[in-house]
Ligand binder design. Structure first.
Ligand SMILES: [Zn+2]
Length: 248
């Protein structure tokens, strides 16, 4: 997976991410509608292809569920139509309109809400996290380095708010982003900054270009995940990305 991503053009990857975000957003928007009390009403009017069934004399929920191939049987059919059918699943009246796939739609929407995280840059990993050495003030490497030439697009690993963007001593041009889970991501040694403090960013959004500013021996991205915006609160960045579904 990393090798594949390496040869993919950043532009096409951004388009893919944008599409993924858009579809997840769409599903999230649909959730409140389906979760609302008028579940089937919303389903019926919003989706023209939503299947409904008009109850005929002599029908029972189990008969309809079987005849219409409702996944989950009569129980699912009842769960999806409780406010039409009422408290008694055994009593349905001719003329009632039942949503046949309302329950299925709810299930689909709720599974599409996973957080979207990406790699900070397409490049191979150089100095790993916690590598020991006298060159680091804490005695060990507080981030993971990605070996990339100057000018490579650096991306926010997840949605969040830019806490700071500017020159920070040995880190050179640096961006720190706060994420919804309370973690912070830091990107250092950049040649140019594309965001400013207070700005909100989406996962995969370009926040600047890689470089060799600050205390470096060559161009690379120094990437950290922290529990606070400050130096010294670092956690394993690759483990964090993997927890969020990134193959790295
Ligand atoms: Zn580093």
């Amino acid at each position: 997976m990393p090798a594949k991503g390496k040869h993919r053009r950043p532009k096409s990857q951004r388009v893919t991410r944008a599409a993924a975000v858009a579809s997840a957003g769409g599903a999230a928007l649909a959730l409140p509608l389906i979760g609302a009390t008028g579940a089937h009403a919303a389903t019926d009017s919003a989706a023209t292809d939503a299947k409904t069934y008009t109850v005929k004399a002599g029908d029972t929920l189990s008969k309809i569920a079987e005849a219409q191939h409702v996944d989950g049987g009569w129980k699912k059919l009842y769960d999806g139509n409780k406010d039409v059918v009422g408290a008694d699943a055994g009593v349905i009246k001719p003329g009632m309109k039942l949503a046949l796939d309302g329950a299925a739609a709810t299930t689909t929407a709720s599974t599409a809400s996973t957080a979207d995280y990406v790699k900070p840059v397409d490049g191979s990993i150089g100095t790993p996290y916690h590598s020991n050495g006298s060159m680091w003030s804490s005695g060990y490497h507080t981030g993971t380095d990605f070996v990339v030439p100057t000018g490579t697009a650096i991306k926010a690993v997840g949605a969040g708010t830019v806490v700071s963007a500017g020159m920070d001593g040995a880190y050179g041009n640096e961006v720190v982003i706060q994420h919804a889970d309370g973690r912070y991501s830091q990107y250092a040694h950049m040649s140019s900054l594309g965001v400013s403090a207070g700005q909100t960013v989406t996962a995969g959004q370009q926040i600047g270009l890689s470089g060799a500013t600050g205390n470096v021996t060559g161009p690379h991205l120094h990437f950290e995940i922290r529990t606070s915006p400050s130096y010294g609160s670092d956690v394993d960045p690759l483990a964090y990305l993997r927890e969020h579904g990134v193959s790295i």
